[in-house]
Design a binder for this molecule. Structure first.
Ligand SMILES: C[S@@+](CC[C@H](N)C(=O)[O-])C[C@H]1O[C@@H](n2cnc3c(N)ncnc32)[C@H](O)[C@@H]1O
Length: 354
């Protein structure tokens, strides 16, 4: 398929011609968050029917399940809680949640995309672009498919256990391409060493160095509280195994999965599997405790999502939603739930049959 020469592609080529190759991390950050042409900046219709791709937040049943989790967690941390939703996208989940949550609470969305913030405010949600103004308080943080949107570096194994980084450059035909070079920061080698990852020749891995700062801002405001992530990912030894020797980076363009990160820059979503080992290790280094990890299907089932189906009109379509979110062959095993807690709290909600 011929690449689409988007405005952002033209801009990035000019930038590389004048400033030299950029890390894949910087390229991905601009592709998703460029102030005008970034994919997320333009607030695509994610999580809603007819958008470029669907997420679980499109389904009311998902919000029902998340609301049970928040209600159960809230009972363990205070009479009135703050709920911080990370990367709320179109605001779909937030607007469903306001009708499902009956506990005293304040609901805040942390969102970096100005376009999405506008959509969230239109839906009546409080949307902020930084947590800096929030005081530490009893808080439950929830994020669906946010960690997988953090920009990643790409590294590749060479002979003799050496590693290079892949940079984005412009080739002789004026097309964007990847070129190997020396790693841009020793943190990449440190991550590989910490996780005992050995990349064979030509084996590519995506590493996200944003995780520590992302978690740090959350840890500061959660006092006490829980942080719940739903995402696709795995432990480092699986994500960086030979099975994934081409890496896990992929893009979505008009509901289709594509593998060329340069296909329609600014119009395609880009994502990589989340390295849960790194998330757990950085979170525990900040003093958080792992409160549990399970599949989305098991989590929602334990939380009583089946009660959403009820009886009478519409129960068949509600059952379809529940099946889609919980069955192994559908989204139930594609996504995992990773939970953290502040010291002294019991394990997170939904880990065991209720
Ligand atoms: C894949 S979308 C998921 C949206 C929504 N949670 C859903 O499931 O439909 C990723 C979302 O995270 C937001 N985002 C990305 N990086 C972020 C960050 N560092 N802080 C807050 N939001 C971020 C994006 O703008 C977007 O809304």
């Amino acid at each position: 398929m011929k690449r689409v020469n988007t405005e952002l592609a033209v801009l990035l080529k000019e930038k590389i011609r004048s400033e030299g190759p950029m890390t894949f991390r910087d390229f991905m950050s601009l592709a998703l968050f460029h102030e005008i042409y970034g994919f997320y900046t333009q607030a695509p219709a994610i999580g809603s029917s007819g958008g470029p791709f669907d997420t679980s937040t499109k389904f009311t049943a998902f919000a029902f399940g998340v609301a049970q989790a928040i209600t159960q967690a809230a009972k363990k941390i205070g009479d009135s809680v703050r709920v911080v939703e990370l990367g709320g996208g179109t605001g779909q989940l937030g607007s469903y949640m306001t009708s499902f949550l009956s506990i005293p609470h304040e609901y805040v969305v942390l969102e970096t995309s100005p376009g999405f913030r506008k959509k969230q405010v239109k839906k009546g949600l409080k949307s902020i672009d930084t947590l800096n103004g929030l005081e530490p308080a009893p808080t439950i943080v929830f994020g669906n498919e946010v960690l997988d949107a953090l920009p990643v570096h790409r590294v590749m194994g060479l002979a003799n256990e050496e590693v290079c980084e892949l940079f984005v450059d412009v080739d002789g035909d004026g097309e964007l391409c990847e070129q190997p070079g020396d790693v841009s920061t020793p943190k990449l080698l440190q991550r590989l060493q910490d996780e005992d990852i050995h990349l064979g020749r030509g084996h590519i891995a995506e590493l996200c160095l944003e995780i520590p700062s992302f978690l740090q801002q959350l840890e500061r405001v959660v006092n006490p509280g829980y942080i719940i992530f739903v995402d696709y990912g795995d432990k480092a030894s699986n994500i960086y195994s030979y099975h994934h020797r081409n890496g896990t980076l992929r893009s979505y363009y008009q509901q289709q999965q594509i593998h060329d990160p340069f296909f329609a820059i600014g119009q395609q979503d880009m994502t990589a599997d989340v390295d849960f080992t790194a998330v757990i290790s950085e979170a525990t280094a900040l003093g958080l405790e792992l409160a549990g990890c399970t599949s989305q299907g098991a989590w929602l089932t334990h939380l009583g999502i089946q009660n959403y189906v009820g009886k009478g009109n519409g129960s068949a379509s509600r059952q379809k939603e529940v099946d889609l979110l919980t069955k192994e062959a559908r989204l139930g095993s594609a996504f995992d739930v990773l939970m953290f807690k502040t010291h002294g709290l019991p394990d997170g909600p939904g880990l065991n049959p209720g």
